[in-house]
Design a protein around this ligand. Structure first.
Ligand code: FES
Length: 57
Protein backbone atom coordinates (compact mmCIF):
# COMPACT_ATOMS: atom_id res chain seq x y z
CA UNK A 1 0.00 0.00 0.00
CA UNK A 2 1.54 3.29 -1.03
CA UNK A 3 0.96 6.57 0.67
CA UNK A 4 0.24 9.61 -1.47
CA UNK A 5 0.49 11.94 1.49
CA UNK A 6 3.57 10.80 3.37
CA UNK A 7 3.15 13.19 6.29
CA UNK A 8 -0.33 11.97 7.14
CA UNK A 9 -0.02 8.44 5.71
CA UNK A 10 -3.01 8.80 3.40
CA UNK A 11 -3.39 6.26 0.59
CA UNK A 12 -4.52 6.82 -2.99
CA UNK A 13 -7.58 4.69 -2.19
CA UNK A 14 -8.60 7.12 0.55
CA UNK A 15 -8.24 10.07 -1.79
CA UNK A 16 -10.16 8.34 -4.59
CA UNK A 17 -12.94 7.62 -2.12
CA UNK A 18 -13.11 11.29 -1.11
CA UNK A 19 -13.26 12.33 -4.78
CA UNK A 20 -16.09 9.85 -5.41
CA UNK A 21 -17.88 11.34 -2.42
CA UNK A 22 -17.74 14.79 -3.98
CA UNK A 23 -14.38 16.42 -3.22
CA UNK A 24 -13.36 18.35 -6.34
CA UNK A 25 -10.35 20.37 -5.26
CA UNK A 26 -7.15 19.88 -3.29
CA UNK A 27 -8.69 21.79 -0.37
CA UNK A 28 -11.83 19.66 -0.35
CA UNK A 29 -9.74 16.48 -0.34
CA UNK A 30 -7.66 17.99 2.44
CA UNK A 31 -10.76 18.71 4.52
CA UNK A 32 -12.19 15.25 3.85
CA UNK A 33 -9.08 13.14 4.44
CA UNK A 34 -6.39 15.21 6.14
CA UNK A 35 -4.09 14.65 3.15
CA UNK A 36 -2.08 17.79 2.54
CA UNK A 37 -2.42 18.93 6.12
CA UNK A 38 0.90 17.53 7.29
CA UNK A 39 4.21 19.12 8.10
CA UNK A 40 5.16 19.85 4.50
CA UNK A 41 1.87 21.69 3.87
CA UNK A 42 1.16 19.63 0.78
CA UNK A 43 4.53 20.37 -0.80
CA UNK A 44 5.19 16.68 -1.43
CA UNK A 45 1.66 15.47 -2.14
CA UNK A 46 -0.41 18.26 -3.67
CA UNK A 47 0.48 17.47 -7.30
CA UNK A 48 -0.29 13.80 -6.80
CA UNK A 49 -3.60 14.59 -5.11
CA UNK A 50 -4.60 16.92 -7.97
CA UNK A 51 -3.69 14.18 -10.45
CA UNK A 52 -5.97 11.72 -8.63
CA UNK A 53 -8.81 14.29 -8.70
CA UNK A 54 -8.31 14.73 -12.47
CA UNK A 55 -8.32 10.97 -13.07
CA UNK A 56 -11.44 10.35 -11.01
CA UNK A 57 -13.70 13.10 -12.31
S1 FES B 1 3.08 14.71 2.19
FE1 FES B 1 1.10 15.43 2.36
S2 FES B 1 1.21 17.11 3.73
FE2 FES B 1 3.22 16.38 3.56
Amino acid sequence: MSHVCLCRKITAEKIEEAVKNGAKTFLEVKDATGAGAGGCGGGRCRNKIEEIIENNK
